[in-house]
Ligand binder design. Structure first.
Ligand SMILES: C[S@@+](CC[C@H](N)C(=O)[O-])C[C@H]1O[C@@H](n2cnc3c(N)ncnc32)[C@H](O)[C@@H]1O
Length: 203
């Protein structure tokens, strides 16, 4: 019988169990942790915007990295019910709408930010091309918000489902940042089409 290595991403429960033990509401925290270990994007005192922040794992992890002198603002359609530290603020809203009005977004957030994170995921249909197109639209909205809110030198982390418009999205990120990376964390489910596009050094 084939046995699972409990630490491998093939094991269905490893990251979910670990998140529970470490008091994070979702296993997705380990994706951001891997990205942070590789690229060191979030530093003490930074201002971070987290698009699609519910149930709150990235918020909690990012808040630990910025410390109390930093600020983390999260936005989601759904509420965050977990306890959050004092330097974290959660707004209820649709990122697609905010992207249409960047000035309003800047006003809501209360100024520019050093890092924009987007772990937004669309509601899925099971049809790969439809789901990838929805994910592309969310990623485009996140990039528009980044262009408006990121300070020069700032960074962008964005989940996207790989599909027909993937290369187009990479080209758009390249036009906004000095360098662009594509990174699939080990903690991503093996069957998932998602990957992360990372923009470093906003022009
Ligand atoms: C995978 S979850 C994010 C998990 C989060 N990073 C964490 O660690 O807890 C994706 C989130 O994107 C949100 N989302 C999807 N479309 C959105 C939109 N248009 N505006 C705001 N949030 C959206 C969903 O409501 C969902 O909570």
């Amino acid at each position: 019988m084939k046995r699972h290595n409990p630490k491998s991403r093939q094991h269905p429960d490893y990251y979910a169990k670990r998140a529970k033990q470490e008091n994070f509401p979702a296993r997705s925290v380990y994706k951001l942790q891997e990205i942070q270990k590789k690229y060191s994007l979030i530093k003490k005192g930074y201002r971070v915007l987290d698009l699609g922040c519910a149930p709150g794992s990235w918020l909690k992890y990012a808040a630990g990295l910025t410390g109390e002198k930093g600020r983390v603002v999260g936005i989601d359609l759904k509420p965050v019910t977990e306890g959050i530290p004092d330097h974290v603020r959660v707004l209820s809203g649709d990122v697609m709408e905010l992207a249409e009005n960047p000035d309003r977004c800047l006003e809501l957030i209360g100024g520019g930010v050093d890092v924009v994170l987007s772990d937004m995921a669309p509601s899925t249909t099971g049809k790969k091309d439809v789901d990838a197109a929805r994910s592309y639209n969310l990623s485009r909205a996140a990039l528009l918000i980044s262009e408006a809110l990121l300070t020069p030198g700032g960074a962008f982390v964005c989940k996207i489902f790989q599909g027909g418009e993937f290369e187009e999205f990479i080209a758009s990120v390249k036009s906004v940042f000095d360098s662009t990376r594509i990174y699939k964390p080990r903690s991503t489910r093996k069957e998932s089409k998602e990957t992360y596009v990372i923009g470093i050094g906003k022009k």
